[in-house]
Design a protein around this ligand. Sequence first.
Ligand code: 13P
Length: 281
Amino acid sequence: MPLSKMSPLLIKAKNEGYAVGSFSVANMEMVLGVLKAIEETKSPAIIQIAEVRLKQSPLEVIGPLMVAAAKNAGVPVAVHFDHGKTEEKIRQALDIGFTSVMFDGSHLPFEENCAFTSKIKQIAAEYDADCEGEIGCVGGSEDGSENIAINCTSPVQARDFAKASGVDALAVAIGNAHGNYKQAPNLRFDILEQTASLVDVPLVLHGGTGILPDDFRKCISLGIHKINIATATFDSVEASVKKTYEQGGINGYYDLQAAEVQGAYENAMKHIEIFGCAGKA
Ligand code: 13P
C-alpha cells in the first residue's frame, strides 16, 4: 500500500470524483505533518518538491527522506518531482526512487514542449514512473523568483499535447498562479470544462494556495484530480511557530519542531476536507 505510483491514485480520483492533494515539502517536519493528516483521514496523497527549491533542500538529502516516509506510510503516497527543469535533476529524482516527475516546458513553443516532455516520459517509463506535463502557463513561479504571466491553456492544444507526449497527468492554466494571490482568482471554468472534454488523462491544478473552497470543488467536478499546494504549507508552518512562541509554548527545540509539524498537519487537514479524498486510501 505505501509508496505508490501517481497514476493509480489519480485514476481512482477521476473515477470517484475527488482530488488528491500534492503537498510540497521542504523538510522532515512538513513530511511528518502531511503524513499524520493523511493517515488520520485515510487519504491518498502525493508529496513533492520542485527543482527550484533544491538550493534550500538538496535532493540527495530530502529525496531519500521523502521516499522512506512514503514507504513507511499506512496509506498510499506517491513521491513527485515538481517543475523539473533539467534532465539531470529529473534522473537524480528517479534514481532516488521518486514515482513521478514533472517536466515543465510550459514556457517553450508547443513543439519543443512536446518533444522534451515526450523524452522525459520515456525516461520515467524506464523507471516505471509517471510523467506530468504542462500546457499553457500557470502564473508566477514555484519559488516566487519569476513573474511568469498567465497564459490560459488552449483546449485543442492540450488534447494534441496529451496525445503526442503520452503524459500521465496534465497541468492546465485557467487563471491560476503560484504563491499568494492578491485576491482570489477568477478561474476560467469554461476552459477547464472544454479541456476535460478533450483530454483523457487526469488534469492538474497548480497554484492551489488561496483558491476558494467552492472554486476547488467546482474544478474537481470539471476534471481536476491533482491539486498542488506549496505556499499554504509554508505559511501554515510559519504561522504555527509564531503563534506557539507568542503563547509561550516553545521552550526548547523540540517544542519548535512540534509546532512545525502541527502547521503542516493543519494545512493538509484543511485541504483534504475540501478535496474530498478522506477515506479514499
Ligand atoms: P502554491 O504555492 O500557490 O500553492 O502553488 C503550488 C504549486 O503549484 C507547486 O507546483
